[in-house]
Design a protein around this ligand. Sequence first.
Ligand SMILES: *Cc1c(COP(=O)(O)O)cnc(C)c1O
Length: 346
Amino acid sequence: MKTLQELTRPNIWKLKPYSSARDEYKGVTASVFLDANENPYNLPHNRYPDPMQWELKTELSKIKKVAPEHIFLGNGSDEAIDLVFRAFCEPGVDNVVAIDPTYGMYQVCADVNNVEYRKVLLDEHFQFSADKLLAAADERTKLIFLCSPNNPTGNDLLRSEIEKLLREFEGLVILDEAYSDFSESSSFLLDLDKYPNLVVFQTFSKAWGCAAIRLGMAFASTEIIGILSKIKYPYNVNQLTQKQAIEMLHKYYEIERWVKRLKEEREDLEKRFSELPLTVEVFPSDANFFLVRVTDAVKIYNYLVGEGIIVRNRNSISLCGNCLRVTVGTRMENDKLIEALQGFII
Ligand SMILES: *Cc1c(COP(=O)(O)O)cnc(C)c1O
């Protein structure tokens, strides 16, 4: 790995961050706060939230078994995705490499930041080759994006290839684990110490059932977390979100129940899909959704819209011709979907 200074944009490396009132006084003994121009009325919404979200990070660290200093929290994973571009990629100069197909936000953030985005096609089993990604990289490649389980294909990426990439790539490997709660493979969180160039993204939006509160997590070395923290908006995670997230962390057992249930529903729904005449191929999934190749994705998508059922048409995505991406819902929602599809005339 290159040094973190070599990987970081020079202006960001030198940047002195904005210091908020809540940064400058961190004690807990004061009772009169006249430092932040807040309104003294309308408790508890009148106060600025903790800019570093320490209480939330401390609770999270117990569940994730990662020290708070290794955690960055943002306004969804989308914030973390954008921040790694702004921290490490010089616009018009540096580039990133990513698997294809994958989550669309990596490319959108690359385009917004004017950073070249190099795509490397997955194979017919939706797996990647570390060698191919490395061959697409050059001196100016700062980041490689992986997503496991991958969106929209639903499968885990091979652990041995991820490890090879972590060992051999000179820049940072961004591993998006938005769906890892639904997978039987273990998270790379426990390997953070082994790989200083690893950045793991997770989110409250999927297994945690909290897409509405917008909370994303990045886990990495204290040095990388320090850089992301210094360029974020000072109060990037609002108080309502921090409070709701802490409540969710106290209900961890509930999330485990949801995940178990959704995995059972996934197996069931995939089986029922494979028996439909319109199905060409159901791809195995390690997530809370799956990809299915059908006889005519556009027609079937539009038919389902007419029935009031929305799935995702992935027909125009690489390797996903005539594919629909189906999120696993409740038993009742899944039944409605299958019933509707049984009424579709090929
Ligand atoms: C849904 C999803 C996310 C979550 O994004 P948030 O901004 O945290 O809601 C991240 N990565 C992938 C691959 C996803 O599919």
